[in-house]
Design a protein. Structure first.
Length: 225
């Protein structure tokens, strides 16, 4: 088995597709239920897009919600079991099974006006290649929304510096196995990465968790330059 962290991310999602579908569809993840789903939906709504690319769409909840608002969506995800679940729940929807490496190598063949990444960017070099490819898929003014773990909350006791971290399913039920490593980025690193790839930060949103008082996520809203 590969020990390359980017490959381990993909294999972990294959392993955990079924419990993930259950967790999302039964609203078992408190921070999503209380905060982060709404944060992403309201950030999208504020930008009034007509065509949204949901990168790392998972089982498709965000595409389904947006399609309910009349927005055309395109969901892309590498995990076949998740894409299949998305298609079954939304047969008229547009879902594609593709990993970010393959996506980044494509010549853009359609345009969207907003790209949403909801807790779907965990890699290092692969993420850098993906971000470099994204501006070409965006019609101007093109928006990019990235919701991710808040670095100040997720840092724990380790140094506040970019690095691969061991994964954990703490707080998830026992059906989850083989957590994948993930690449920790500081806030400065996220902003630098966006700027280096032709995006300008529009807003930095830190939605508070009502029970902990800490940010439930970091939501970066950027625009293609
Ligand atoms: C935490 S889930 C989030 C799914 C969805 N965005 C949501 O909000 O429920 C992370 C998703 O990212 C996808 N993903 C991770 N790395 C990927 C890659 N390299 N290429 C494509 N999809 C990837 C996984 O398959 C998984 O569906």
């Amino acid at each position: 088995m590969s020990t390359d962290p980017e490959s381990l991310i993909l294999s972990s999602w294959q392993t955990n597709a079924e419990p993930w579908i259950t967790a999302v569809r039964e609203a078992r993840i408190e921070s999503r239920r209380l905060v982060t789903d709404h944060a992403m939906l309201s950030a999208i709504d504020a930008r009034r897009p007509q065509r949204v690319l949901d990168l790392g769409c998972g089982e498709g909840w965000l595409c389904r919600a947006l399609r309910g608002w009349g927005i055309a969506t395109w969901g892309v995800d590498a995990t076949a079991g998740l894409v299949e679940a998305a298609r079954i729940s939304d047969p008229e929807g547009d879902y594609e099974c593709l990993d970010y490496a393959a996506f980044s190598q494509q010549t853009p063949h359609r345009q969207v006006d907003l790209i949403a990444c909801n807790f779907s960017l965990f890699g290092a070099e692969e993420l850098e290649r993906l971000l470099a490819a994204l501006p070409a898929w965006l019609e101007r003014p093109g928006h990019l929304l990235i919701q991710t773990l808040h670095p100040h909350v997720a840092c724990g006791d380790e140094p506040y510096a970019d690095s691969w971290r061991a994964g954990s399913w703490a707080g998830f039920d026992a059906a989850f196995r083989d957590p994948a490593p993930w690449y920790f980025r500081t806030l400065e690193s996220w902003v630098t990465l966006l700027h280096a790839n032709g995006f300008r930060l529009d807003a930095l949103i830190e939605p508070p968790h009502p029970l902990t008082g800490k940010p439930a996520s970091l939501l970066l809203a950027a625009r293609a330059a």
